[in-house]
Design a protein around this ligand. Structure first.
Ligand code: PMP
Length: 352
């Protein structure tokens, strides 16, 4: 028997995860992974690197809880929001028999984490109005352990409607967890569902420092949930998920000064996003600009493949969604720096 045959059958069928540095080609302007154009400055104290860190660094937990407006007992810090997503699946889903529910088109990691853990995926696609099909989801609650919603949704940018969410949370009580992934919520903070945590113990919210905080490189994310759910996740999480340098940088990012910087970055990105939207809407090859609630715009071009190739030739790496159902000709553009946005518009306006 070969070593490959020794591996779990499901694993043999998988392809390794492609990093953001490798999707979409080679270039010098990276607008394919919704990263920030800058990270800011941080200091590191390397004196205690001989010691294992705290499993849940208290200063990071306390500062994030204060920032999010929740009790620290409701906060778990992990290796990016992605680890939070996987941890929920590993904690609540029995491999082989349990399922999660996703609402396509949406963030890919829910399905990838399910697959790598032997958990099946039920898809209830977004409606024509690109809202979760709440009736359709409620009808399938008996089949699933976790419902993953994303608000703002990656890649379409749409927000989950609060009334619909409350209806789902009530129907799912004692049946399923409802996860609202708010990785991009800093770009439209008034739309957070965090206030519902007090009333619904089956609500879970995913957050991250990778987007508005500009820290994708440190891999730091948060899960907000009832103390009971957090307690269960803590039984399953890998030991020491947050390295000491990560904890130090996260604590600085969540200080008063760090939060101020984050809010300035958000303002600048939202301003650039509005300007880019206006320019795109005037362009003959743009058919549709999707909801502008994150640090990205999903744009339907005519034809998308030609625009993608032109950008790529100019060294601008975007994310092509053309093969996803309903997203023909759609390309996602991360809002980067002003210079990067000008580069995108230059390519678009240049004579072909
Ligand atoms: N949720 C969504 C919707 C995302 O787009 C991302 C990152 N692309 C994540 C979660 C995970 O972010 P991270 O693991 O970097 O915290």
């Amino acid at each position: 028997m070969s070593l490959t045959q020794l591996a779990r059958t499901k694993v043999q069928e998988l392809t390794p995860y492609q990093s953001a540095r490798r999707i979409g080609g080679q270039g010098h302007i990276w607008l394919n992974a919704n990263e920030a154009a800058d990270s800011g400055q941080f200091s590191l104290n390397c004196e205690r690197l001989n010691r294992y860190p705290e499993c849940q660094p208290p200063q990071v937990i306390e500062r994030y809880a204060a920032y999010a407006g929740v009790n620290p007992e409701r906060v778990l810090v992990s290796r990016g929001g992605d680890e939070g997503i996987e941890l929920l699946i590993r904690t609540f889903c029995e491999p082989g028999s349990d399922r999660i529910l996703i609402t396509s088109p949406t963030y890919g990691m829910y399905a990838i984490s399910a697959e790598t853990n032997g958990v099946q995926v039920v898809d209830v696609p977004l409606t024509q109005a690109r809202q979760p099909d709440f009736d359709g989801i409620i009808a399938r609650l008996d089949e699933v352990k976790i419902v993953f919603l994303c608000s703002p949704n990656n890649p379409t940018g749409d927000l989950v409607d609060k009334a619909g969410l409350v209806r789902l949370l009530k129907a799912a009580q004692d049946k399923a967890l409802v996860v609202v992934d708010e990785a991009y919520i800093e770009f439209c903070p008034a739309h957070s569902q965090v206030d519902l945590l007090n009333d619904y113990n089956n609500l879970v919210i995913i957050r991250t420092l990778s987007k508005a905080f500009g820290l994708a490189g440190i891999r730091c994310g948060f899960t907000l949930a009832s103390p009971e759910v957090i307690g269960l996740l803590l039984k399953v999480i890998a030991p020491y998920p947050v390295a000491e340098p990560v904890a130090q940088i996260a604590a600085q990012a969540l200080s008063e000064e760090g939060l101020l910087l984050m809010r300035q970055r958000v303002e600048e990105i939202n301003r650039l996003k509005t300007e880019l939207t206006e320019q795109l809407q005037k362009h003959a090859q743009v058919k549709e600009v999707f909801a502008p609630n994150g640090n990205y715009l999903l744009v339907r071009f005519t034809p998308g493949s030609e625009i993608f190739a032109r950008m790529s030739r100019a060294g601008i790496i975007l994310r092509d969604f053309a093969t996803r159902p309903g997203l023909a000709d759609c390309i996602r553009i991360t809002i980067g720096s002003r210079a990067e946005m000008d580069a995108v518009l230059d390519v678009l306006h240049k004579e072909q």
